[in-house]
Ligand binder design. Structure first.
Ligand SMILES: Cc1cc2nc3c(=O)[nH]c(=O)nc-3n(C[C@H](O)[C@H](O)[C@H](O)COP(=O)(O)O)c2cc1C
Length: 200
């Protein structure tokens, strides 16, 4: 499958085949691909809680207001932002580069995030958004489907995954084999409503 086909055929699947299991190799491949997603300053501020465990998936379904996708999907990934990634040994984000570059990035990270909870939160949202799309497109290439989800009780899900205080949940992505095609697309806006050449 090429990239265009993966983009066009990715849909938010509502009914997954609950008998389908993903191999550990496939789960690992998805993880390896997910961490190639871009992050600002290469700070890699996403943290992923993943499970194929039926008991845990059922708890996640319950936190997701009894939506069936987590319990019927093969793999559930909860994408979280580490709001302190910017200051956790940041030189390692550029360890393949010069010491000067590493220092420069460390200082830039502090300038942008130290006094700004908004910037820390925005960055978590951006990084996890990219990672979610990487996971969903990679799943298509593997012959699998997905559903991105934010319909859950935040505190309940936080408890299920034992969310650290300085992390936030951004969304979850369920991966699995579709049992039913998605309904027809809701209705995409026309290009001229959303694209503006040169300026608004
Ligand atoms: C951030 C986000 C949260 C979503 N949450 C849910 C959800 O909780 N449950 C669900 O069934 N679908 C959820 N969806 C799926 C959307 O309804 C779906 O992506 C949208 O209708 C477009 O359909 P498509 O993804 O098949 O193109 C979510 C999508 C996004 C991007």
């Amino acid at each position: 499958m090429d990239t265009f086909d993966a983009i066009r055929s990715r849909r938010a699947i509502k009914k997954f085949d609950s008998s389908h299991r993903m191999s550990a190799d496939d789960v690992n491949l998805l993880m390896e691909l997910a961490v190639l997603s871009p992050t600002s300053y290469n700070q890699q501020n996403w943290r992923f809680v993943y499970t194929t465990d039926q008991t845990v998936k059922e708890k996640i379904s319950k936190a997701a207001r009894d939506q069936a996708q987590p319990k019927d999907g093969s793999l559930v990934i909860v994408l979280c932002g580490n709001l302190n990634a910017w200051k956790e040994d940041p030189l390692r984000y550029w360890r393949n580069n010069t010491a000067e570059k590493q220092e420069l990035v460390k200082n830039s990270l502090a300038r942008k995030y130290e006094n700004s909870p908004e910037n820390r939160r925005d960055e978590a949202m951006r990084s996890c958004g990219f990672a979610a799309q990487t996971i969903m497109l990679a799943a298509r290439q593997m012959g699998l489907d997905s559903c991105p989800m934010v319909g859950f009780e935040y505190d309940e899900l936080a408890e299920v995954i034992n969310l650290p205080e300085d992390h936030m949940i951004v969304m979850m992505v369920v991966v699995g084999k579709r049992a039913e095609d998605a309904a027809e697309r809701g209705g995409q806006l026309s290009l001229d409503e959303v694209f503006f050449e040169n300026s608004f």
